[in-house]
Design a protein around this ligand. Structure first.
Ligand SMILES: [Zn+2]
Length: 96
């Protein structure tokens, strides 16, 4: 679970789930702006690849029924969504 880069409070699982798909998020405790770290973003991309590849393989290589492949895809996506708070890491916004 991410730790606020300002007040160092650990965010709760369901609070973090709300930020799914965002790179900017406000701490639920101190309301300061946090950004998703580059490492966390890379990890997220890597995991989504691991989600897409098996679904793609199911479709192309193994010629499974469409419903099964779609079901597997949905199951992977739900798993990814539920794992999101564990992957997310936030830091302070870098000023360039
Ligand atoms: Zn905070």
């Amino acid at each position: 679970m991410p730790l606020c880069s300002h007040c160092k409070q650990k965010w709760k699982y369901f609070q973090t789930l709300k930020y799914f798909g965002r790179t900017f998020m406000y701490c639920p405790y101190c309301k300061e702006l946090n950004v998703q770290t580059e490492i966390s973003r890379r990890l997220e991309r890597l995991i989504s690849l691991f989600v897409l590849i098996p679904v793609f393989l199911l479709f192309i290589v193994f010629d499974v029924p469409q419903m099964v492949a779609v079901g597997a895809g949905v199951a992977f996506l739900v798993g990814f969504y539920l794992a999101y708070p564990l992957i997310l890491d936030v830091g302070k916004r870098k000023m360039n």
